[in-house]
Design a binder for this molecule. Sequence first.
Ligand SMILES: Nc1ncnc2c1ncn2[C@@H]1O[C@H](COP(=O)(O)OP(=O)(O)O)[C@@H](O)[C@H]1O
Ligand SMILES: [Mg+2]
Length: 245
Amino acid sequence: MNVSPLLASRALCAGYGDFQALFGVDFEISPGEVVALIGANGAGKSTLLKTLTGLVPLRSGSVSFAGIDVSKTPAHALVAHGLAMVPEGRRLFRGMSVEDNLRVAADHARPVAANARPWTLERLYDLFPVLAERRRQAVETLSGGQQQMVAIGRALMTQPKLLLCDEISLGLAPKVILEIYEMLPVIRQAGTAILLVEQDVTLASRSSDRFYCMLEGRITLTARSADVTREQITQAYFGVKHEVG
Ligand SMILES: Nc1ncnc2c1ncn2[C@@H]1O[C@H](COP(=O)(O)OP(=O)(O)O)[C@@H](O)[C@H]1O
Ligand SMILES: [Mg+2]
C-alpha cells in the first residue's frame, strides 16, 4: 500500500545570495509519520526546514505540501493548509501571556469545525499542566523548557497536519527534554506528522520511524530508524573517509 506523501521535495536547491546551502535534496514525509533529520551544525537542516515552509526561496527543484506547490504559496497561507513550524530559538511573542501566545496562533489555524479540532486550549493544558498554571504569565518569565512547550503548543493551535520542530531540545536539561519528547507520541496520535531536527542522534532515532542525515547541504543517508547501524550513521554524519593509495 502506497500512501502519497504529505510533503515532498524533489531535487531541491536553495541558498543565501551567492552561497548555495542545499544541493538536490529529495525528502518526503507521509501523513502521521515521525521523521528525524540529523546532521552537524551548518549541514543545512534549518535551511531545509525554511525552504520546505517557503521562508527561503527555492532555486530549483520542487516542494509540494498536501498537493500544494509551496513555491507558489505565501508562507502564512501554508499555515492555514496545515503546515506548522516550531522555529529554532522558539520566537515567542514576548510581553504577551502564555495564553495569548496560544490564542494568536488559533487565529491563523487551518479551518476545522470546532467540534473536530484536535487541539484546543483545554487539550494543551491537559498535555502541559504547567502551562495552565502559568497561563496569565508573560512568556519570558517561564523557564526554557516551559517556553518550548508554549512554542509547541502555539504550533499545535494551528491544527497542523505536519509539525516541523527545529532543535526543540537545544539548551534544555535532560529531564525536560524527556518530558517534551514524551509528548510526541501524543501529538502523532492526534493525526499530526512530525519532522524533528535533532542533534542527539540516539534521541532522534529512538523517537522516529525514519530519518535522514545531512552533510554539507546534501542528504547522505535515509533509512528506517529501527534498521540503521551506528556505523552507517557515523559515516553519513561525518562523511565517508576515502582510503588513500
Ligand atoms: N541567513 C543566512 N545567510 C547566509 N548564510 C546562511 C544563513 N543561514 C544559514 N546560512 C549558512 O547556511 C549553511 C546551513 O546553515 P543551517 O541551515 O543553519 O544549518 P544547520 O541548521 O544544519 O546548523 C551554513 O553554512 C550557514 O552558515
Ligand atoms: Mg539549525
